[in-house]
Design a binder for this molecule. Sequence first.
Ligand code: ADP
Length: 458
Amino acid sequence: MANMAAEKVEMAVLKGEEAACAGLQLAILDPHVAPERIEAWKRQTPIFDRAYLFDRSGKLLYPAQVSEAEATTLAALRGEIAPGFWDRGGRRHVRLEEQVALVSVIQGSPLGRLLAILVRSEQGLRRDIIEKTLVGLEGQSVVAVLDGSDRVIYAARPLERSQHVLTVAFGEALPSWRLALYAPAGVSPRDAVRRQTVLFTAVLILLLGVIALGLGASYRLVRRESEMARLKSDFVANVSHDLKTPVALIRMFGETLEMNRVPNEATRREYYGVIARESERLTRRIDNVLDFSRIEGGRQRYEIARGHLEPVVHEAIEAFRYPLAQQGFKVHVEVEPDLPEVALDTEAIKQALANLVDNAMKYSDARRHIGVTARRVGGEVKIEISDEGIGIAAREHARIFEKFYRIGRSETQGRRGSGVGLALVKHIVEAHGGRVTVDSRPGEGSRFTIHLPVPAVP
Ligand code: ADP
């Protein structure tokens, strides 16, 4: 900090001198050197309090006269100026009595190149340059400027009882002056340094933390995106396969019927039945995908009105009566009598239940039992769909409700699905102000529960 402050002061001095020389150049543009113009320049240039102007022959052009002592000093100084300096138009600092003087060749006067010897004003320098530059630079420590004999030229605050911390030199523009840092009474420099170190370390740790967090977040985002891309491509393949089976069955039975290869009326009826049921299955699957796409696009609307759950549950199960029976499922449905009315979109709730029953069938092995119950518990109605199928490991419980997510290939092998069924169930139930939960253990079976709030009686 001290070095930085010293550099700033040095730069400001050089800039001030530069501006002063430019001003002087303007003041001597007259064919003869006009003292009043130089006086005016001096008033505007407080960093110098004396100025002498000589022409190349050594004639003093300003001021009109000098004391004998001054004349001797100036003559000695001029003697040191090499002819090359005149030609190059240089600028340099020299010691003059107790002060520093700037010796500069000023061009532009009709009298030719002139030599200016400008003696610095300590007061002007302090007020115009040092104070302005150092203000606001100090923190807890006090910055002071000292001359060659340690006299305080400038100090932002009184230095009594302050403890000297360090001193740095200025550059060539302020040859014998130095910049010193003091710690005010009660503030030990060691403590100040320690505090700074702790602060910088804390900021560094914070920055590293933020960078690490950012990297972690980006990594997670990229991983999630690539996982999503994979799931999406799986989804397309899964949906196509999911639709293929019912279409193949419809086609096969349709063609058999068309060719009149059916032995009797009973079989014919059975085939018509298969076609009707497979069409229903197809419709259900397509509805699932369409509704899911509407949800994704934020276009899905529900028509929610108060109604009874009982017929909705029965109708949803009824739609599966044939495949359940055909695949040897035993279904136990138990709807509590006098269930309170709930706010519901009948078709949407039926679709949610259909997805859960469909999954219960799909993910059952040898034990083919499905239970459906609806009862009131406290302020909600719970509809449970349970099976005794392959079950779901606890770590997957949350993920199965994510769109496109299907549990690892081995478990779902041979069981077609699009991976959006449970995401749809979740969306529907949440749109009703409810939630869906799962309770399941691998090898034991699963129980999905839809919780719907019972509205307050109007
Ligand atoms: P899918 O079309 O694959 O069935 P879902 O969103 O309906 O998609 O289900 C997501 C995943 O959750 C399924 O792939 C399956 O692994 C698992 N799952 C859903 N229901 C059950 C269940 N009753 N028993 C076991 N696993 C299930």
